[in-house]
Design a protein around this ligand. Sequence first.
Ligand code: FE2
Ligand code: FE2
Length: 162
Amino acid sequence: MKLSDAMTAAINDQIKAELDSAYIYLAMSAYFEDCGLSGMAHWMRKQYKEEVEHAEKFIDYLYERGARFIVPETAKPKESYENALDVFKTAYAHEQYVTSRIYKLVDMATAEKDYATLSMLKWYVDEQVEEEANAGGIVEKLEFLGGDKHGIYAVDRELSSR
Ligand SMILES: [Fe+2]
Ligand SMILES: [Fe+2]
């Protein structure tokens, strides 16, 4: 069965969203490097690579289904933040946004009775649970610390082992 034109366009659009995510995290990593928080910078760089993998997984799916992938233009990410909490709050909100996008794809595949795409999307549904839990967990920790520098330093060291 051929992938529908609408689904091909929607997946291409999601690939752009994943690559935009990658760039957002790469910029967050650069921000942390600039602050001297190398553990958080490392965590964000890993996150950047994961998002590229998410994009590639969608790209491979398009190829598998004989559909065309068009390399998208990516959005310029935000460069500056208030502090570490602001960065992770932004990351958490962004992951919630990506989850809502994945759910829309699930709705679309369901409406189209595109069971192959539905099955492929299950991986992303599960991955988003993890993504939100990871970012949300760090937000909770940083909120608890409330700007305590020793605490933030400890979290930075913890995140260096990702
Ligand atoms: Fe992603
Ligand atoms: Fe993500």
